[in-house]
Design a protein around this ligand. Sequence first.
Ligand code: HPA
Length: 278
Amino acid sequence: MYTLKHYQESALYLKDKLGKFTPEVLLILGSGLGFLAEEVENPIFVKYGDIPHFRSSSAPGHAGRFVAGVFEGKNVLAMQGRLHLYEGYSPEESAYPVRVANLVGADKLLLTCACGGVNTDYKVGDLVLMTDYINFTHPSLLAGYAGSAFDLTGFENRFFDMSKAFDTDYRKLAHDVANTQKIPLHEGVYFYTTGPQYETPAEIRAIRTLGGDLVGMSAVHETLMARRCNMRVTGFGLVTNMAAGVLDQPLSEEEVLTEAKNAAPRFSALVRGVVKGL
Ligand code: HPA
């Protein structure tokens, strides 16, 4: 378990590397979507592996570094690659970079991820604004000492309100950007699974019954940590494949990365427009 001191030591190292640059927006870019970080102006690169206490990213399409710089006029810290539970990390480890980013100045989070489409109104290539999430996996990254006499986490109360995980003003902004640029944008609930295996068709039917529109293996721990740090959050899913059992075909990592590439121009336009207005 990390203590506040770990986060502060990581932040100190990152701050030193960033010099006078203070990020405002944390951008977390999912599978095959890391290309956006290459479009940051005057980039400063910091490898996760060089930061004290940091874990590294091993997922395909994930470079494993921060890219800091100006993007659409905003000071951003982009995560080119994230840390997943399927790599063997705990929820707290996977969300660790979010709290560090907050300590170096970021108070907004825009996250993106590749998802399976559970809602049958969706099709491959669709972009979906997250309105909420469902995480029935355990334990919470907040489980442990928070709020107890032994608290070393720096968080005060143990029981934390998540009734507005995703920011409602940013939701309106995202739709305004999508309408102006004529980019179709759905809304939906993100259902979290740990992976790395894709779901079974029966699991997908259950997820649909429970209210999930999208299914994916990231986003929720980062969102929880960001909200815990009082950051405002917006999240976008790209439907890289229809979820298991929707179509009569197997799911593959290759399809996910190919579809992420195909959606790049639309996805980039949407994220750029939203970042500008955050
Ligand atoms: N399930 C879980 N995660 C995913 C999927 C999926 O179908 N596609 C991309 N990420």
